[in-house]
Design a protein around this ligand. Structure first.
Ligand SMILES: [Zn+2]
Length: 212
């Protein structure tokens, strides 16, 4: 059951239930923050209409925002199929025959109930972290890519928006080709500080996005 001071109450359909009590729990009030009402909090961005300002918001993709440990509990795997082992460091998928490491990783830079580790792949050797310069190059080379790597554009993605206290304030399920537009719509809300993108089918963390 929920701890004292955090009474649980039934929530609207579609909201994720609390693991402890199997009911929707309100978020605790933080000092200086208006208590959010989870019953009315946005879990989607369909109501947002892109404005010219939103359209021009630049995005900064941020792979591996926290250090990744390649030792604790990790395993080596050999890529046996194309487009199946997405490296979160270089944002390219492993090529058949390459060695990659499956590691447990927590991308959160702060502490909140939303933090937690999950599995990701990284190349075992010799890949460089995706950088802004490469992003700019891809912008030039891919007129429809908008700087979003192909690894992300061809997958179904879960995009989760967090505020500065690391609480989720919105979420969307989108095709990767729509990531850029969705991210800009989410950043139109002053409440949104950053996004975590996950590969929707497997649920693994893919990349963080900050306003550019
Ligand atoms: Zn890599």
């Amino acid at each position: 059951m929920a701890p004292p001071g955090l009474p649980c109450s039934p929530g609207p359909p579609g909201l994720r239930a609390c693991r402890a009590c199997d009911r929707v729990c309100p978020r605790p009030q933080l000092p200086g923050r208006k208590p959010p009402d989870i019953r009315t909090a946005s879990t989607h961005t369909e109501h947002m209409t892109p404005t010219p300002a939103m359209t021009h918001t630049s995005l900064k993709l941020r792979p591996l925002p926290t250090p990744v440990s390649l030792t604790t509990g990790s395993v080596l795997v050999i890529v046996d199929a194309p487009d199946s082992y997405p490296c979160r460091r270089c944002l390219h998928d492993g090529l058949v025959g390459e060695t990659m490491r499956l590691v447990s990783y927590d991308a959160f830079l702060g502490v909140s109930p939303y933090t937690g580790a999950g599995p990701i792949f990284v190349h075992e050797n010799g890949c460089e972290q995706f950088e802004r310069s490469e992003q700019s190059k891809e912008l030039d080379e891919q007129s429809e890519g908008g700087g979003v790597p192909e690894q992300l554009r061809r997958r179904l993605l879960a995009v989760r928006a967090y505020d500065t206290a690391h609480f989720m304030v919105a979420s969307e399920l989108v095709e990767g080709s729509d990531l850029e537009e969705t991210a800009r719509q989410m950043f139109a809300s002053a409440e949104v500080a950053y996004l975590h993108v996950h590969f929707a089918r497997a649920g693994c963390f893919a990349v963080r996005i900050d306003p550019g």
